[in-house]
Design a protein around this ligand. Sequence first.
Ligand SMILES: NC(=O)c1ccc[n+]([C@@H]2O[C@H](COP(=O)([O-])OP(=O)(O)OC[C@H]3O[C@@H](n4cnc5c(N)ncnc54)[C@H](OP(=O)(O)O)[C@@H]3O)[C@@H](O)[C@H]2O)c1
Length: 233
Amino acid sequence: MLVAATAYRMLHHWKPNNVKKDVVVLIWGGAGGLGSMAIQIVKAAGGIPIAVVSSDGKIDFCKKLGAAGVINRNNFKHWGPITTEINKPEKFAEWTKSAREFGKAIWDIAGKGKNPQIVFEHPGESTIPTSAFVCETGGMIVICAGRTGYNASVDLRYLWMRQKRLQGSHCANNENCKGLNDLVIQKKVDPVLSKTFKFEETALSHQMMKNNSHPAGNMAILVGAPKMGMGKK
Ligand SMILES: NC(=O)c1ccc[n+]([C@@H]2O[C@H](COP(=O)([O-])OP(=O)(O)OC[C@H]3O[C@@H](n4cnc5c(N)ncnc54)[C@H](OP(=O)(O)O)[C@@H]3O)[C@@H](O)[C@H]2O)c1
């Protein structure tokens, strides 16, 4: 419920920028906990989920969940916050060139000129400049975390001229939880459980998340349960 209901709120709550049929959604960390839920929630609404990952090994995982296409972020170099260096024309040209190439990778999947109307954000500092750049006019960058840092920078010209919305989102209310739960009951969203740890392995699972070396999907920890499948022998 943590990641799935949060993803549901990010995608359905913030009207009129909620996901609908044919809405293109860029999903950072498509093979992660939030991302794997977001891909399925967008697909269930008839939208077009485009996932971003850091290795080609995660591409099939995202496609099986319903991603229309997957982009490997390691094919691009312009990550990190924008600094005042960007005011030098050559730095601005260099950054913009790489950001445009990333935008082109989105068009290669969604179709020429089709920018994401929703950008599903959680890496934060490292990706926000790009999210704000590629987001469609009148679209929304919706964010629930800042895994790579909290001091996000945005070229405000793209934000105001293109009238984009930067929306914070946290957890979920009862309505969001029910909406998500209904999708699970309809078998449109699977929790994609990757690995279940014993309670004593809690630190190990946290370390794997910190190192970004955990398997795709969501991990679980047994709390007060001796083994998986409670009640079964
Ligand atoms: N506010 C809320 O209500 C709420 C709820 C749930 C979770 N969260 C927060 O959301 C964050 C993500 O949670 P999660 O469970 O989805 O974690 P996760 O399973 O680790 O997924 C995060 C994904 O982010 C991607 N990533 C890592 N470094 C990145 C970078 N430098 N640039 C772009 N992408 C990067 C990774 O994918 P690749 O390496 O493949 O790109 C990773 O799979 C955490 O900080 C968590 O605390 C907030």
